[in-house]
Design a protein around this ligand. Structure first.
Ligand SMILES: Nc1nc2c(ncn2[C@@H]2O[C@H](COP(=O)(O)OP(=O)(O)OP(=O)(O)O)[C@@H](O)[C@H]2O)c(=O)[nH]1
Ligand SMILES: [Mg+2]
Length: 230
């Protein structure tokens, strides 16, 4: 099978609380995780464009729901992170409202849940995971900053972090810095995109089927009315 590749990536728009999302596409994948875990860096690594999503050593860089268009076909969405200690109570409420609206919007078809490969998941990570289960959105666990630990320990550490999160014990070790796990994640995106495109096609076909059935039904009804009039 030909390897899935990203050949186009551009910024679309930033959405704040109460603002309109861009016109929906068949596939939308969102990147979720605590502040500083490497969400924006992952997007830049996947797209090979290190200026696309703004990254920073200071947590809290991404404050809005940022939409990126890939391959002129689907969205990759960079979400603001949680667990940022210096945030005020009102900022936390704002974050909760923004993410809550997004998660319940029906827009994300898949979530990349990011956890730091080196640390035990935080209570907020666990809460986010529960939120994901509740929203019923399919997800892939990604263990970031895999370059920070030895090669032989990566899979073990990633799976342990997933288990501690309360999820099935599988997470993909990933490093934006050293492109570890990039090919595997790319393949995953390819599968997600294919599935979403097929699903959209089925919905279209069903709508067409119903539309043509409605026409046939109306014609038959008109004919029977004519017959009654005779
Ligand atoms: N060593 C290493 N550092 C990374 C990796 N990915 C990201 N970083 C660093 O971690 C810091 C935070 O990265 P971001 O991508 O801005 O994190 P974020 O999750 O988008 O953060 P917020 O926007 O605050 O939610 C930056 O200093 C990155 O250079 C990685 O794979 N390895
Ligand atoms: Mg960010």
């Amino acid at each position: 099978m030909k390897q899935f590749a990203i050949n186009q990536a551009s910024f679309v728009t930033s959405v704040g609380q109460g603002q309109k999302y861009p016109a929906p596409l068949a596939c939308e994948i969102a990147v979720v995780g605590r502040s500083n875990v490497g969400k924006s860096s992952l997007i830049n690594c996947l797209t090979n464009n290190y200026k696309l999503a703004k990254t920073s050593q200071t947590p809290g860089k991404t404050r809005l729901v940022n939409y990126f268009l890939l391959n002129n076909a689907f969205y990759l969405v960079d979400l603001p992170g949680y667990g940022f200690a210096k945030r005020s109570k009102s900022e936390r409420t704002e974050w909760g409202d923004l993410i809550g609206s997004y998660m319940s919007s029906g827009r994300p078809k898949h979530l990349f849940l990011l956890i730091d490969i080196r640390h035990e998941p935080s209570p907020e990570d666990r809460q986010m995971f529960q939120w994901t289960l509740h929203a019923g959105v399919p997800f892939t666990l990604v263990a970031t900053k895999a370059d920070k630990i030895g090669k032989s320990q990566r899979v073990i550490a990633a799976n342990k972090a997933a288990k501690l999160l309360g999820a099935p014990p599988f997470a993909l070790p990933f490093s934006a810095e050293e492109k570890i796990g990039r090919d595997a994640l790319m393949e995953r995106i390819g599968q997600i995109y294919e599935d979403a495109a097929q699903q959209a096609q089925r919905v279209n076909e069903t709508e067409l089927l119903f539309a043509s059935a409605a026409v046939t039904f109306a014609e038959a009804e008109a004919e029977s009315n004519e017959a009654e009039d005779v």
